[in-house]
Design a protein around this ligand. Structure first.
Ligand SMILES: Cc1ncc(COP(=O)(O)O)c(C=O)c1O
Length: 366
């Protein structure tokens, strides 16, 4: 059996007719930049998230950068985030000129540890940037108490969390959420795309302006601000509007697949399956286990030989990346992130996976 890590073709085949017709419509209308498709998708996605405003941008990375910029983060400020995330999270902080403050993760959920966040706050801290890692929300309730006490903003990296819930509320839980629509995400475009979602009108207005050369509503060749070209593609929003209709059912299918994985792997010694907090609804962008006493790379090789694709998210914690040597953070500073980076393994996960495929993967661990 051949089991890819994700199967985007299986998803496309289900909705091919709708997608092909829509692409053809956008191309024949030559509606390429902004316009009705962008406006409709933004309205629909804001509604899906239970928020007032959505600004479509060119990627998840630009969503993070533009959100931080709109929140006024700049040189001299500090932003706290997790050591165990993808580099896009911290690239966005650096791009504003602010300083990255990394902290360790919670040993159960692998999301940022609120106790460590509070310890890292200084007089320069302006924001907390929790990552809803693998599709499970960080403990925003605990973070919000800390943020309120210290007058900080919470900007959620929701690149992996479209539709994830925390205490019964969908992301965004706090102030601003930044989504990625990278093709393999739970809601994926056919290229790069992203969005900033918020209830804060001022932030939404600023992101809308910054993404489009600083233009405020009604401006064309008049610029009150200097901005960027970070608009979302209209063609991508047309595709995303179609896919959004299926997102709840796709997320349910992912949850069902995760439940089957959990059941089949429950009694396997030396494997830790993901823990979903009682107050969270995990949407399993990734299904990540930990291998305790065996050589992970050997296991990956064995699985590969049997047609099963796996990945590691992420093999090197950020403070140990060469790009962040200048942060001078010694080994041992974030023991959980460091230990888990050596143990984690992402198994194939996509809505269309069959029970037979999941059984086939799990048998290899028995
Ligand atoms: C946690 C996290 N943050 C940010 C990003 C950046 O998103 P994009 O690839 O759309 O720029 C990603 C996507 O890979 C991600 O997984």
């Amino acid at each position: 059996m051949n089991i890819p890590f994700v199967d985007l073709k299986a998803q496309y085949n289900q909705i091919k007719q709708e997608i092909d017709a829509k692409i053809s419509e956008v191309v024949s209308n030559t509606d390429f930049i902004m316009g009705q498709n962008v406006a409709s998708f933004e309205k629909e996605f804001a509604q899906f998230c239970g928020a007032r405003f959505c600004s479509g941008v060119s990627s998840g990375t630009s969503a993070l950068y533009l959100a931080l910029k709109a929140a006024g983060i700049r040189q001299g400020d500090e932003v706290i985030t997790a050591a165990n995330t993808f580099i896009a999270t911290t690239e966005a902080i650096s791009q504003t000129g602010a300083k990255i403050k990394l902290v360790d993760c919670d040993p159960e959920t692998y999301t940022i540890n609120p106790t460590e966040v509070e310890k890292a706050i200084t007089s320069k801290t302006k924001a907390i940037l929790p990552v809803h890692l693998y599709g499970q929300c960080a403990n925003i309730k605990a973070l919000k108490e800390i943020a309120d006490k210290h007058h900080l903003l919470i900007i959620e990296d929701a690149a992996q969390a479209h539709g994830a819930e925390h205490h019964g509320k969908r992301v965004p839980i706090a102030d601003i959420a930044c989504f990625s629509f990278y093709p393999g995400k739970n809601l994926g475009a056919y290229g790069d795309a992203g969005a900033v979602v918020t209830n804060n009108e001022k932030i939404a207005e600023l992101v809308n302006a910054y993404r489009n050369h600083g233009r405020l509503p009604g401006e064309k060749y008049e610029h009150s601000l200097e901005g960027y070209n970070e608009r979302i593609d209209a063609l991508q929003t047309a595709i995303l509007s179609i896919k959004l209709k299926y997102l709840d059912s796709w997320n349910s299918m992912r949850r069902k697949n995760a439940a089957l994985y959990n059941k089949l792997l429950a009694d396997v010694k030396g494997i830790v399956t993901p823990i979903e907090s009682s107050f969270n609804k995990h949407i399993y962008h990734l299904y990540v286990i930990r291998i305790l006493n065996k050589n992970r790379e050997e296991i990956m090789e064995i699985l590969k030989k049997q047609g099963i694709a796996t990945q590691i998210h992420y093999p090197i914690p950020l403070h140990q990346q060469r790009a962040y040597k200048h942060l001078n953070i010694p080994e041992g500073t974030f023991p959980i992130s460091e230990q888990y980076a050596k143990q984690i393994l992402s198994l194939p996960m996509y809505p269309e996976m069959t029970e037979e495929q999941i059984h086939y993967v799990c048998e290899k661990f028995l």
